[in-house]
Design a protein around this ligand. Structure first.
Ligand code: OAD
Length: 253
């Protein structure tokens, strides 16, 4: 990416005059923190496993110990990294616009650690534990270190509090995300391959409701052709540059 990228004036205008900016982020925004993107996540011991086959309720039922080992490895990986300039730029962006909604498919909590609040976690949070039987989030489970921890209330097996393939999005997150997508006037899709539904459908909902669509990604995705602006580059460079462009005094409202 150019060191001094030129953003289209129409995009800066759209940002400056927007009523409601809605952002959907994906694993690409955490890549520069050192969290491999979902499709590249398998290294070392886990190389031979396909994440699509591990992140399912069927895989958990088949071998809960294996799934816990995978998630503990991922929890350790995420706990060691820090939010990056892309996460921080979204905190700054939120303070520059009238209304801001951040929806993330990421389960790593890095947006919150960067300082974003009210983040809608579309696919849950990797550090939470959930009862496989009753579905409730279990805080401070006493035996989380055991191979397959159990729910203190019902004795059922605990699972990581993330959404797996084939599972429904938590109702509250889905409702809030749909409401934001259909009421925003500017929708950013950042660091996501736009392949996984229903998250990928949020941009379409926003577009049908008349929002301007902006994609930030070094690679083209199925959303690129439907986007009004494609900012080709890494989120950790593009977003801080965009926010600093917004802050140029003569361009502020
Ligand atoms: P993917 O791994 O599918 O896509 C990551 C995207 O990030 C790709 O389009 C990359 O080009 C882009 N990318 C890589 N580095 C980037 C950077 N520095 N800045 C910006 N973009 C970058 O990950 P997701 O789209 O997040 O769901 O995947 C969505 C969901 O699919 C995940 O939440 C997970 C997965 O299956 C579940 O587990 C249910």
């Amino acid at each position: 990416m150019d060191k001094n990228p030129v953003f289209p004036e129409a995009l800066i205008d759209a940002l400056r005059t927007s009523r409601h900016v809605c952002v959907l982020s994906g694993s690409g925004i955490s890549a520069e923190s050192g969290v491999p993107t979902f499709r590249e996540a398998q290294t070392g011991l886990w190389e031979k496993f396909d994440p699509h086959e591990l992140a399912t309720p069927e895989a958990f039922l088949r071998d809960p110990e294996l799934i816990w080992r995978w998630y503990r490895w991922r929890r350790q990986l995420v706990a060691k990294v820090e939010p990056n300039a892309g996460h921080r730029a979204l905190v700054d962006l939120a303070s520059q616009v009238r209304e801001f909604t951040l929806i993330t498919q990421n389960v790593d909590g890095l947006h919150q650690r960067a300082g974003s609040d009210s983040v809608i976690e579309f696919h849950g949070n990797i550090f939470e534990d959930r009862c496989f039987v009753e579905g409730c989030i279990v805080k401070d489970a006493s035996d989380v270190s055991s191979a397959v921890p159990t729910c203190p209330a019902c004795g059922g097996q605990l699972r990581p509090g993330v959404v797996w393939f084939g599972e429904a999005i938590p109702e509250d997150a889905l409702d809030k995300a749909m409401a934001a997508a259909s009421s925003c006037d500017l929708f950013f899709s950042i660091g996501t391959s736009s392949l996984v539904w229903p998250a990928a459908g949020l941009a379409e909902t926003a577009r049908e409701a008349g929002a301007t669509i902006v994609e930030v990604n070094p690679n083209p995705t199925p959303l690129s052709n439907m986007s009004d602006f494609c900012l080709s580059g890494n989120a950790g460079t593009v977003l801080p540059d965009l926010v600093s462009r917004l802050l140029v005094p003569e361009l502020r409202a």
